[in-house]
Design a protein around this ligand. Structure first.
Ligand code: WAQ
Ligand code: MG
Length: 255
């Protein structure tokens, strides 16, 4: 499908020094780009870093590296929209959906405890659906899903069709959720933003689709969430390799 060589482009921004020296995570981003479009990609990520509601970073790193492996193409998850009146109603729906995905209540409770213990995450927390224990040993860094994208023209067709605003936030979230749910070890994902002015989040899985929930936290709250509920009987090194390294393109075909 893709003849031209592609590059993985990544950004991370922090305040109070780099992440590894205790700086607060401000923003991150990952894209795929051709060599020709590199300036545009880097500018997009730079702009994201410089204009974030969590504050102005004093550390930003943007890097690109060539992709030599074949790129997997995946259809976006189906989107479902759930309007709720309050955080309580939104969080109740989260539990309902996670239980529908087959996750036990005790495991959900344990996962929320993990969240509370790590308030400044830059990646995802992996939780085993059997024990409720955290699987990755990455602390605040978590596991950052990377090497994925969706060409804008195709995303905009999708957005038009489903009557969605074509915001890059929605695109990035759907790209990530689709890649993560494509691996058979993923049981479900739970996410809401750490941006204080963005309160919408989602539960996603292959079977549930991308279940957007309008209200999962209060305005002003900088506590985000990214939890992957995982069947830990799979090889977790392979799983994390897939998340970080397998190049994936989302592509939508109107049917
Ligand atoms: N890999 C793993 N974890 C990530 C990644 C990644 N590539 N990007 C972000 N995270 C984690 C990290 O801990 C962040 O603090 C947290 O997720 C939230 O990230 O309306 O904007 O980019 O349909 O702030 C969802 C709803 C928006 C969109 C989610 O997340 C919609 C969002 P943010
Ligand atoms: Mg954020």
């Amino acid at each position: 499908m893709q003849e031209e060589r592609l590059y993985s482009v990544r950004m991370r921004a922090a305040k109070g020094g780099p992440h590894e020296q205790g700086g607060k995570h401000i923003s991150g981003g990952e894209m795929l780009s051709t060599y020709e479009n590199m300036r545009q990609a880097v500018n997009h990520l730079l702009d994201k870093a410089l204009t974030h509601s969590k504050g102005n970073p004093d550390f930003v790193q943007i890097q690109f590296d060539a992709i030599d492996e074949p790129i997997k193409q995946i259809d976006p998850l189906l989107i479902r929209k759930n309007e709720v009146e309050s955080v309580e109603a939104g969080q109740a729906l989260v539990r309902e959906l996670l239980e529908q995905a087959g996750i036990k209540r005790e495991v959900i409770d344990k996962a929320y405890k993990q969240l509370a213990e790590h308030s400044d995450m830059r990646g995802a927390i992996l939780v085993d659906v059997h024990s409720g224990e955290r699987i990755d040993d990455r602390r605040e860094k978590g596991v950052r899903v990377s090497r994925m994208d969706w060409w804008n023209a195709n995303f905009e067709q999708w957005a038009n069709h489903f009557n969605e605003p074509s915001y890059s936030r929605v695109k990035e979230a759907l790209v990530l959720a689709t890649k993560v749910s494509a691996h058979p070890a993923t049981i479900a994902e739970l996410c809401w933003s750490d941006d204080p002015e963005y309160i919408t989040g989602y539960v996603a899985s292959k079977a549930l689709g991308y279940q957007r929930i309008s209200h999962l936290k209060e305005y002003g709250d900088e506590q985000g969430c990214r939890l992957f509920f995982v069947d830990g009987s799979n090889d977790m090194d392979d799983y994390i390799f897939f998340l970080e390294k397998q190049p994936v393109f989302i592509h939508w075909d109107e049917v």
